[in-house]
Ligand binder design. Structure first.
Ligand code: ATP
Ligand code: MG
Length: 178
């Protein structure tokens, strides 16, 4: 299985200019005092996977540019590159850059549409719409508060077995009626 090597950030949220987060190990733990930027690491990861602004704790995409939170953005652009090492040891670079509120997506430097980008992420097991890789602050409580039925549905959605399970329910119902 491949792994995330590092994130290259450029004027993204609390990182001014070009900076490197990582290199990561297979298991990583981020520690730091309140407000030191731990959640911003998850935001950088979500951002490069194509998440929309609201999930990244800002109103507009342009608010993600360093300094924008105090009304003083240092640039009109920002970017995050995810360096991913695949099963064969080859590096794959997924990059999202923003200019104001508009986003551009690149894989290994080649610009592509968000749909194609998402498709390529799915090939390495990252299903962005399932939001399977990230549990955001506050989400732990909401998961704990779910009833067993809701929790089962959530895991079915994450594991992409919801359609299979719906199909099974339909067949079970049909057989019970017969
Ligand atoms: P906690 O322990 O409270 O959850 P945290 O370590 O997760 O804190 P974050 O929420 O990741 O902290 O980071 C908050 C910091 O990020 C704040 O200090 C804020 O000033 C900074 N920040 C957020 N957006 C920007 C931005 N656009 N430019 C510069 N700094 C930013
Ligand atoms: Mg936090």
């Amino acid at each position: 299985m491949g792994f995330l090597k590092q994130l290259d950030v450029d004027n993204f949220k609390s990182w001014r200019g070009k900076q490197v987060i990582g290199p990561f190990k297979r298991f990583n733990c981020i520690i730091g005092t309140n407000g030191s930027g731990k959640s911003n690491v998850m935001d950088a990861l979500s951002f490069v996977m194509g998440e929309r602004a609201a999930t990244l704790r800002v109103k507009h995409t342009r608010d993600l540019i360093h300094g924008a939170h105090i009304g003083r953005p240092v640039s009109t652009t920002a970017s995050v590159t995810m360096r991913y090492c695949d099963d064969n040891g080859e590096e794959l670079n997924f990059c999202r850059s923003i200019s104001g509120d508009s986003s551009e997506y690149r894989i290994n430097g080649r610009q592509i549409t968000l749909a194609k980008y998402t498709e390529e992420l799915e090939k390495i097991g990252i299903v962005t719409k399932a939001r399977n890789c990230l549990v955001f602050q506050g989400a732990v409580e909401s998961i704990a508060m779910k009833n067993p039925k809701e929790r089962t549905k959530m895991f079915e959605r994450i594991s992409q077995s919801l359609e299979l399970s719906n199909d099974y329910d339909r067949r079970k119902e049909a057989l019970q009626k017969a």
